[in-house]
Design a protein around this ligand. Structure first.
Ligand code: HEM
Length: 413
């Protein structure tokens, strides 16, 4: 029998790099539809804003894929770095979700996040000093030199990863998150093994000598039986993954979007106080996380009039929902003065991004420092030659590199 399902993901580069036209066509066909993923599995893809919002907080749609798939008798692919590292808040439902999120939230209380601002600014400043050392006319890679190491340094500070260990860990994560189709390549297995061994060692070290950091706070919770060692290791892994690539993509994608819209860039340069609103718009418009993570129905659910049976995979396309013309007028235009209310870029409901306040702070400081020093930056290559990354294009959308000529630095005069 011929499979009549439309395919979703695993796109050719032209669609993966700029998926919004493709998203719009699919959403116009139907805001909720069953499609075939690149790995062959069917999934209900949710593209309309209202349906997406509903799907993200409907209790009949589970985040515990492992339990749901096992119950359905499905073979569960273990993936990297394996089941011992997959028991974190993004993979479980209440009451486990509530418990794990509450524990990790201790590091994300507003005072603790705000207190990170000087450290974030210092990291941004020293990265820009390094880029400036190349000279005002030199081509620099903003991803490698700024967008990536900035959030990685910040998550390192928050967790208590010694600065000397970060480059090694950073390289492993880059390999692990580079994406592939099918079996993981040996380099990814090696990187994964390196991360696993490193995180175990870090936990052993902090057990011996606790400090004022999140790893030590979570270790204390394992001693009180509130957290198992598997949950501790999984949470650390998930925080590093969720905490850097996403923000790096926001910074890189955001710079490209502003260069694409010089009028918007000039308006922002005239008043950097608009940055908080501009960052919300850059998240909506550039979709650093184009899809939420996979979910599964545990009961039948109706979304926007479409019935989804129990035990079906659900994939919410945040990038499509955030450009739903029924919710955002002129959705395909970047408008930093937009006043249309919240978008779904950080998700919604119980799994709403725990790191959103930190990501917003990092992005604000990153843009303040970059635009403050280099208001005249420009692309060093053709816009069409930019290299976009991230395997199947489902979970992350970002650049491999962003060659820029920064121009004279205002700081150096
Ligand atoms: C621009 C940057 C970021 C974006 C766009 C983003 C986006 C998201 C989204 C869409 C989700 C929900 C996924 C789902 O429901 O399937 C999420 C969850 C999460 N994010 Fe972020 N994120 C960002 C930065 C960060 C940072 C900096 C951290 C931590 C340091 C972080 C930690 C988390 C955690 C822990 C969760 C899981 C929350 C839960 O399951 O309750 N994120 N993020």
């Amino acid at each position: 029998m011929t499979d009549t399902l439309t395919s979703w993901g695993g796109w050719e580069p032209a669609i993966r790099d700029d998926p919004f036209g493709h998203f719009a066509q699919a959403r116009a066909r139907c805001p909720v539809q069953r499609m075939r993923l690149a790995d062959g599995h069917p999934a209900w893809v949710v593209l309309g804003y209202d349906a997406a919002r509903r799907a993200l907080h409907d209790p009949c749609i589970s985040k515990d894929m492992l339990a749901a798939l096992q119950e359905a008798g499905d073979v569960v692919a273990e993936g990297l770095p394996g089941p011992e590292f997959s028991r974190h808040m993004l993979n479980v439902d209440p009451p486990d979700h509530t418990r794990l999120r509450r524990l990790v939230s201790r590091a994300f209380v507003p005072g603790r996040i705000a207190a990170l601002e000087p450290a974030i600014r210092a990291i941004a400043g020293s990265l820009l000093d390094e880029l400036d050392a190349a000279g005002p006319g030199a081509t620099v890679d903003l991803i490698e030199g700024y967008a990536y190491p900035l959030p990685f340094g910040v998550i390192g500070e928050l967790l208590g990863i010694p600065a000397a260990d970060r480059p090694r860990l950073h390289t492993w994560f880059q390999v692990l998150l580079s994406g592939w189709v099918g079996d993981p390549p040996p380099t990814a297995v090696e990187a994964s093994d390196g991360i696993v061994a490193y995180l175990r060692e870090l936990v052993d070290d902090k057990r011996r000598s606790p400090a004022d950091d999140l790893v030590s706070v979570l270790i204390a919770a394992t001693e009180g039986d509130a957290l198992s060692t598997q949950e501790l290791l999984s949470s650390l892994f998930q925080l590093v993954v969720a905490g850097h690539d996403t923000t790096a993509s926001l910074i890189g994608n955001g710079v490209v979007a502003l260069l694409d819209y010089p009028g918007q860039l000039q308006a922002l340069l005239a008043d950097l106080g608009q940055l908080p609103a501009a960052i919300e718009e850059l998240i909506r418009f550039t979709a650093p996380v184009p899809h939420a993570t996979f979910r599964m129905t545990v009961e039948p659910v109706t979304l926007d009039g479409v019935q989804i049976p129990a035990r079906e995979q659900v994939l919410v396309c945040l990038g499509a929902a955030n450009r739903d013309p029924g919710r955002f007028p002129a959705p395909d235009v970047l408008d930093i003065g937009r006043d249309d209310g919240p978008n779904l870029g950080f998700g919604h409901g119980a799994h709403y991004c725990l790191g959103a306040p930190l990501a917003r702070l990092e992005a604000r400081v990153a843009f303040e420092e970059l635009l403050g020093r280099h208001p005249g930056m420009r692309l060093a290559i053709d816009r069409d030659a930019l290299a976009w990354a991230h395997g199947d294009g489902l979970v992350l959308r970002g650049l491999v590199s962003l060659p820029l000529v920064l121009g004279p630095s205002r700081r150096q005069g």
